[in-house]
Design a binder for this molecule. Structure first.
Ligand code: G3I
Length: 363
């Protein structure tokens, strides 16, 4: 017998060739996996948002947006969603009665349009940052309840109409429940009664029927009395057919406190009422000085917040309350605390930024 099969170890035999051909055929016949099945690690937060399907936003400091080109560049590179930190609040847009100052809010909305960012409007009804003409008028009795109701209706209608079609979601009412679970005794509640909340949503809906309308609050991540009252309030509004579409969890956290471990369940409860969910003002502060250990802990808080959001289908947005320690409300409000943002004062990414890029949607 000559040459029909090689001796073991002396070369490639016929069976081996067949096997190789079959293997090659299998490889060629296997359809390529869609790119999304094995996505490359995201390069930045915009890509992370694309890959996870959750919009990733930042609050915007309008003065910095105007004056600092590096701030502007990073904001527009990283974020596909933005919220005005102060520029859409009542004292900003109507500092004197009937005198509207839209320049800052307009600039933010225009910058968002140019950079393909969606916008969260913040905020229509709040007890803070109201113009003095309004609070003084109510205090001295020159604005009575009937007029106050008309003023609120006009404010909501004017502002929502101005940005109709340009604001994805509005924080319609902000912080209406106290930490002890009672309704906050704001000038709105004490002068207009509890119906002002339903009215506010209805007026906003009339002005822009496509905007998602949110109730927004802090400590809603963990505080049981606040959760229960807010839940009952939303349930009641939904039962009345009031156009409320979302619950916003501000998410002002600090590493000196435990991470709110039940947060995803709370999100799920609100989602069960038919609501969209958003983390609207995430930041994670620490007692100074900054140490590598604290930054590592901070990174776990940020990534857990995103994981929690991703674990709830209805959670559509995660917005940070400022993206850089150069412009953060924290040091001005909490003595001895700071470093709450994803990027440092020089816009260098901190471990929290890197940690966010590794978070994946659970399968
Ligand atoms: O605009 C004035 C300026 O003219 C003046 O010179 C300066 C002196 O203090 O104050 C400036 O106003 C400050 C304003 O921010 C704009 O920068 C106020 O003092 C300051 O109190 C105000 O703080 C804002 C705070 O809301 C007011 O309640 C923070 O920037 C803003 O980050 C913070 O945001 C809130 C959300 O809207 C709701 N959830 C909580 C969150 C953090 O408090």
């Amino acid at each position: 017998m000559s040459g029909s099969s090689g001796t073991p170890g002396s070369g490639i035999g016929g069976n081996t060739v067949k096997l190789l051909i079959i293997a090659l055929a299998l490889v060629l016949a296997t359809p390529a996996l869609p790119a999304s099945a094995h996505p490359r690690p995201p390069r930045d937060l915009r890509q992370l948002a694309q890959q996870t399907g959750v919009k990733i936003g930042s609050a915007v400091d309008i003065a910095a947006l105007r004056a600092e080109s590096d701030y502007r560049r990073v904001l527009n590179r990283e974020f596909s969603h933005v919220t005005a930190e102060n520029a859409m609040k009542w004292e900003s847009v109507e500092p004197e009665r009937g005198v509207f100052t839209w320049a800052d809010a307009d600039a933010l909305v225009e910058n968002a349009r140019r950079n393909h960012q969606q916008v969260r409007g913040h905020t229509l009804v709040w007890h803070n940052q109201l113009p003095a003409w309004l609070t003084n008028g109510v205090a001295d009795g020159s604005i009575d309840a009937t007029e106050l109701r008309k003023i609120l209706r006009d404010h909501i209608t004017t502002q929502v109409r101005r940005y109709k079609g340009k604001i994805r979601a509005w924080d319609v009412v902000n912080e209406v429940v106290e930490d002890d679970g009672t309704m906050r005794q704001t000038l709105w509640l004490t002068h207009l009664g509890p119906g002002y909340i339903a009215d506010a949503f209805r007026w906003a809906h009339q002005a822009d029927p496509h905007a998602k309308l949110y109730i927004n609050d802090y400590n809603l991540e963990w505080n049981a009395p606040k959760i229960e009252t807010t839940f009952a309030l939303v349930k009641d509004l939904r039962a009345q057919g009031v156009p409320i579409h979302g619950a916003g969890f501000q998410g002002h956290l600090g590493i000196q406190y435990d991470y709110p471990g039940d947060w995803a369940n709370v999100m799920r409860r609100f989602a069960g009422l038919g609501l969209e969910i958003a983390v609207t003002e995430l930041d994670v502060r620490m007692v100074l000085p900054v140490t590598p250990e604290k930054l590592t802990t901070q990174a776990t808080y940020y990534s857990r917040a995103l994981s929690d959001c991703l674990s709830v289908r209805a959670c559509r947005e995660l917005t940070v309350w400022g993206y850089t320690d150069r412009h953060s409300w924290v040091p001005g409000w909490f003595d001895g605390e700071g470093s709450a943002c994803l990027l440092d004062e020089n816009l260098a990414p901190k471990p929290a930024y890197q940690a966010l890029l590794t978070v994946k949607r659970p399968r």
